[in-house]
Write a protein that binds this ligand. Structure first.
Ligand code: ZN
Length: 156
């Protein structure tokens, strides 16, 4: 599912307020509130009792909507919004929240995760651009983890 109106702060024309607040250029206003609301709607429809998020410890330092306060508030909001989810005791689980990006890469590689199927680019192309913050962060994390990125052999 894509949400076409969501854009990074660096791509929002006239985003003086966002620039003044010195947010990350990759910050997307209300991103996690929107994504987790969509996930909660899906969970309610499908009868799920958990939502699993992939934020890591590095994200928490950069984005307020990955904080413990945000997720505690979101958990209360979801429960208050849906008697069905409240009845099932829906929980938001974030198993990577205390790991750095290199730790996530090493953990995934150790579990045999097919890392060639993961996506880090903030662009909309069919391949990673290797220039955006997402791609640069990926390269830095793999290097710090000492893991060979299987996508680097496909780098154009
Ligand atoms: Zn990229």
């Amino acid at each position: 599912m894509s949400v076409p109106e969501l854009r990074e702060a660096g791509d929002i024309t006239g985003s003086r307020e966002l620039t003044r607040r010195a947010v990350q250029p990759t910050y997307i206003p209300m991103k996690n509130a929107i994504y987790y609301s969509l996930a909660a709607a899906y969970a309610e429809e499908k009868g799920s009792d958990c939502i699993i998020g992939g934020q890591n410890g590095d994200d928490r330092r950069l984005f307020e909507d990955t904080s413990e306060e945000f997720f505690a508030s979101l958990q209360r909001t979801i429960s208050a919004s849906s008697p069905r989810l409240r009845g099932r005791g829906l929980k938001i689980i974030r198993p990577l929240k205390d790991k750095s990006k290199p730790e996530v890469v090493a953990f995934a590689a150790g579990m045999g995760v097919p890392l060639e199927l993961t996506w880090s680019c903030h662009g909309s192309g069919e391949r990673h651009c290797w220039r955006c913050d997402g791609c640069r962060g990926r390269m830095t994390a793999f290097e710090a983890a000492g893991v060979q990125d299987p996508l680097m052999s496909k780098k154009v």
